[in-house]
Each structure stands twice: as C-alpha cells, then as structure tokens.
Design a protein. Structure first.
Length: 183
C-alpha cells in the first residue's frame, strides 16, 4: 500500500505546485500566457527574417556565379561594379542576420519581486502586443519583398529594403524602451 502512495496525484501535485510557485510560475496567471505569447511572436518574427535572409543569400550566390566568373587571361580582374553590387547584397544579408539575432535577444519582463515593485507585468506585456504586431507585419513584408527574388530585383529595391530594416530596428528599440519604463 505504501508503494501506491508514491503515485498518488494529490501529494505529487502539491509538490509540483510548490516548486512552480517557488520558481515564480503560476499556471493560471495572465502574465505567464502573455510572456509565452511574446516569446512565440518574436520567434516567428525571427523565422520570417531567417527566410528573408535565406533568399538574400541565395540571390547573392547566384549573382556571384553569374557576374563574377573565375579570372581568365582576358579578364584577370572582376568587374568593379559587379563586385560593388555583390558587396551590397552581402551587407544586406549581414544586416538581416544581425537584426534576427537582436530580435531573439530581446528581453521580456522578468517575473520577480523587484520587477513587480516598479512595474505591473501584465500591462507591460499588453503594451508590447502593439509593438509585436508591427514587428511581425514588418518582418513579413520584408520576407515577401525578398523571397524568391533575383539579385537584380533586390538591388533595384535596396532603398526600400533598407527602410524596412530601419523600421524593424526602430520597432525593436521602442520595444526595449517599453521594458525600461516604470509603469
């Protein structure tokens, strides 16, 4: 009979609940759902940027293969304009990669007593919802502009693409500012 007491859900559930509360987690708090949603939204936005990055890297590779052939006796040096264009595309890929990393490193409000002393977590997370909506929308727009495009199309649209990257950076900055403000 004592063996079966070990598998009784009552005491096990109480131990688990005490551990969760000790770790600052409560299954039924709105803050936990909002924090998880925020992390999920940022992961999806980073995924969209990853798809945009993949498209840019493919376009760069195709461009280099087409316009920057191996040196020959007739053409020992590559065309300077082709090299400059390839470098523009390479810098674009680096910018998207850096933005993706910055997005994944964005903090969420901590669930500790010091944070709760200065700010209420649920209203802060709800304020992040509007920023997250903009973030996902802008990342999807960037992905749709870049996905499946050739390097020449990307080069033609470079100014609008850079404006999009700037708006995403600004969005991340505003998101971080929300987390730094006391409620």
């Amino acid at each position: 009979m004592a063996l079966f007491d070990f598998y009784d859900a009552g005491p096990i559930r109480q131990i688990a609940t005490n551990l969760f509360y000790g770790w600052g987690y409560n299954f039924y708090r709105l803050e936990n759902q909002l924090r998880a949603d925020d992390q999920l939204v940022r992961a999806k936005a980073a995924w969209l940027l990853g798809r945009a990055l993949s498209s840019v890297e493919t376009a760069e590779s195709d461009y280099r293969r087409e316009f920057l052939p191996p040196p020959s006796r007739q053409h020992p040096f590559p065309d300077a304009s082709a090299v400059a264009s390839a470098q523009k595309i390479e810098r674009l890929a680096a910018s998207i990669r850096a933005l993706e990393a910055a997005m994944q490193e964005q903090p969420v409000p901590e669930n500790d007593r010091m944070t709760q002393r200065y700010r209420k977590e649920a209203p802060t997370l709800q304020a992040l919802i509007s920023q997250d909506e903009l973030l996902v929308g802008r990342c999807e727009m960037l992905r749709s502009i870049l996905e499946g495009q050739s390097a020449s199309v990307i080069l033609e649209r470079m100014s609008s693409i850079e404006n999009g990257l700037t708006s995403i950076r600004e969005n991340l900055r505003q998101r971080a500012a929300i987390l730094l403000q006391p409620a």
